[in-house]
Design a protein around this ligand. Structure first.
Ligand SMILES: Cc1ncc(COP(=O)(O)O)c(C=O)c1O
Length: 379
């Protein structure tokens, strides 16, 4: 039994049942899954957690599958939280949520596991998505595990190694366009019959990604950290983590204080940072996205207003970092920490260095960097 009750449009408040496949709402906005939550259920969940395996499925009441026992499960979630020490900790209290340990090497496994399992339950004939790399690899792996056909469109400059990895899981890959927006538009024309599982265009990837919030709450003994730095492309987790804390509060497991979310983007593609600085509710598409950090080369996010809302609601901020700074961090952080760092995670460390130097983040605050992907996926 899960506790989901329906879908609500994140813009208009319109409601829908969970029993059919959905992409965006009538007003073109993402759907959010709603739950019926109260403190007795919180106590029930907390008791159950003591004997459940450490994967994202330990929160199955908050993950809307009808038959979780039949799920395709590659061991997603349950990633370590590693305390930094020495210079890498910047004199503060900094933890790294090491998402590179997920199946397929990135946090994309969480959302795509949930989305593909749900797509199969609801009878989707197959799935399609544009992706810069990690989402394509994860979608292909979970489609294989679910026995569903999968088509992926990647920008033309995507490394051959990524394409080969996606193909190894049996998915069809086409290298088209220069950005995800172009690749996605092309694929929609080519395969309209397949369910679009691009970021926030169906309701379930967000649900998988929110489990990072549940894990952080548990790993910090139900006393959430003060700050979470999130490398932001489509922003699924940036929206999902505060949603997770809202759900935990409704269950009586955490209080009303939220971790302050920080959106980290690259200077060459920073639509959210710009919109945040200008006090806007929506972001303008970034005209000429330029960054080698593919996960962050997203010129337009369908959930831009939800990202901006989450930043403001949690008292967070948004920071753009330079390509060279991130390159240096990718080079230096492994020897400073003993961890594998993808450029997206390293971008968060660079942003943290700036926020600490500027006095925005206090050294006494507990800070989490989401280290979202394994550098090996870069080819
Ligand atoms: C490693 C990595 N980090 C961060 C992101 C951005 O994630 P989101 O789209 O949830 O903002 C991506 C997206 O491709 C990614 O691959």
């Amino acid at each position: 039994m899960n506790w989901a009750t329906g879908l609500v449009c994140s813009r208009s408040g319109e409601r829908e049942r969970l029993t059919e496949l959905h992409n965006l709402s009538a007003v073109g906005a993402p759907w959010l899954v709603e739950y019926e939550l109260e403190t007795e259920r919180g106590r029930q969940l907390q008791r159950a957690l003591t004997h459940r395996p450490w994967t994202m499925w330990r929160y199955r009441e908050l993950l809307p599958l009808d038959r979780p026992e039949d799920r395709a499960d590659l061991g997603e979630g349950g990633t370590p939280l590693v305390a930094l020490s020495g210079e890498a900790a910047l004199g503060g209290r900094v933890w790294v949520k090491q998402e590179a340990g997920n199946p397929t090497g990135s946090f994309k496994a969480r959302g795509l596991s949930m989305a593909l399992n749900r797509a199969r339950e609801l009878g989707a004939p197959g799935v399609r998505l544009p992706s810069a790399g990690n989402a394509a690899i994860a979608a292909a792996a979970y489609a294989a595990a679910c026995g569903l056909p999968c088509r992926v469109a990647v920008p033309a400059d995507t490394p051959e190694s990524v394409i080969a990895k996606v193909r190894s899981y049996g998915a069809r890959v086409d290298a088209i366009g220069t950005t995800l927006v172009e690749s996605g538009a092309w694929l929609a024309e080519q395969a309209p019959e397949l369910l679009d599982v691009s970021t926030l265009r169906e309701p379930y990837r967000l649900e998988g990604k929110k489990t990072m919030g549940f894990e952080l709450a548990e790993q910090f003994g139900w006393s959430p950290p003060e700050w979470i730095l999130y490398p932001t492309g489509g922003g699924t987790g940036l929206i999902g983590i505060p949603k997770a804390f809202d759900e935990l509060e409704a269950l009586g497991l955490v209080g009303s204080r939220r971790p302050r979310m920080v959106s980290v983007q690259m200077a060459g593609c920073a639509p959210i940072v710009k919109a945040f600085a200008e006090g806007r509710d929506d972001a303008e598409p970034w005209p000429d996205p330029r960054t080698r950090v593919w996960g962050l080369r997203v010129p337009r996010a369908v959930g831009d207003f939800l990202i901006l809302r989450a930043l403001r609601a949690t008292g967070g901020t948004a920071v753009a970092v330079a390509e060279e700074e991130v390159e240096m961090a990718v080079r230096d952080l492994p020897s400073a920490t003993g961890l594998d760092w993808g450029p997206e995670g390293a971008a968060c460390w660079v942003a943290l260095e700036r926020l600490v130097a500027d006095g925005v983040i206090d050294r006494a605050d507990r800070v989490v960097i989401l280290q979202t992907g394994h550098p090996a996926n870069y080819g």
